[in-house]
Design a protein around this ligand. Structure first.
Ligand SMILES: Nc1ncnc2c1ncn2[C@@H]1O[C@H](COP(=O)(O)OP(=O)(O)OP(=O)(O)O)[C@@H](O)[C@H]1O
Ligand SMILES: [Mg+2]
Length: 270
């Protein structure tokens, strides 16, 4: 397990990123700050286009922000590395590899011996409830099972400082999604990790998170935090969960109504 002396696993300071589009600059993020302590399960909520995936891509090392700094365990991020497990909306499994080999892939790339990778992959497949299916190929799995393999593949990287999940279950039906959330939380309770999880679903955020960051858009930045101090596994229908969902819904409505910031002023800062 990767343990560093840095107080935060992820620390973003004054991050700004814009894209040049056909109608001018899109200010995806501006003055975006965040501090994520070790083993926190942090959910990011926000309207479509507010910059959630942009921030995930920056932490994944796929995108360099135009301004500001993002530190991972106290060090700047230089490109993608195996110290970050990534799960995006599509499971993106290797179709020619079995479930076991999909989960082993990152470990073998990271230089693990076959035996050690086997032991680790078996362990993680057991946690996500897929041990019986390790010899199957992706085409032989249901959609929900594919998502669990994708989670297992990211979780298997036991040296990973953070798991980045960008709407990993959004394409799954409501009942299937609840089962996947249950598996994810069981996995996280068994092997606590720092998780950065993007979702549009307020209920999912309240069910999963230790803390929820709500973003505003144009430009994207964190407008409010909500702490979820409820024991797990949580009761989705409890009075506390219902009250928090409604509080966040109201906050998101207010945040959605915030005026757009003047893009000329933002460009002037650059
Ligand atoms: N490669 C790109 N080129 C130009 N504009 C982009 C690019 N990627 C993202 N954008 C724009 O930047 C803004 C933020 O995009 P981003 O994908 O981060 O949003 P998001 O919060 O993840 O949205 P969603 O919830 O729909 O996934 C959007 O206005 C989007 O159109
Ligand atoms: Mg996105």
């Amino acid at each position: 397990m990767n343990v560093s002396a840095a107080p935060y696993v992820i620390e973003a300071r004054r991050v700004a990123h814009s894209y040049e589009g056909p109608t001018g600059w899109v200010h995806a993020l501006d003055a975006f700050d965040i501090e994520i302590p070790r083993n926190e399960f942090l959910c990011i909520l926000g309207q479509s286009g507010c910059g959630k995936s942009t921030f995930m891509r920056i932490v994944a090392g796929l995108l360099k922000p135009l301004r500001g700094s993002v530190l991972l365990n106290g060090s700047p991020i230089h490109g993608p590395r195996l110290d970050r497990g990534v799960v995006f909306q599509e499971p993106a499994l290797f179709p020619w590899l079995t479930v076991l080999d999909n989960v082993k892939f990152g470990l073998r790339m990271g230089g693990w011996s076959n035996d050690r990778a086997n032991t680790r992959a078996h362990h993680v497949l057991d946690i996500v409830g897929l041990a019986r299916y390790e010899k199957l190929f992706p085409y032989q799995l249901s959609g929900g099972m594919k998502h669990r393999v994708a989670v297992a593949r990211a979780w298997a990287l036991d040296d990973a400082s953070v798991l980045l999940m960008d709407e990993p279950f959004s394409a799954v039906d409501a009942i299937g999604r609840m089962a996947l959330q249950d598996h994810l939380i069981e996995t996280w309770l068994t092997e606590p990790r720092t998780v950065l999880y993007v979702t549009h679903d307020i209920e999912e955020a309240v069910y999963l998170a230790d803390r929820i960051a709500v973003l505003r858009s144009s430009p994207g930045r964190i407008e409010r935090y909500f702490r979820v101090d409820l024991a797990r596994p949580r009761d989705r229908n409890s009075a506390e969960v219902t009250a928090l969902k409604s509080e966040i819904t109201w906050a998101m409505r207010e945040i959605a109504a915030l005026p757009k910031e003047d893009s000329a002023a933002l460009e002037g800062e650059a």
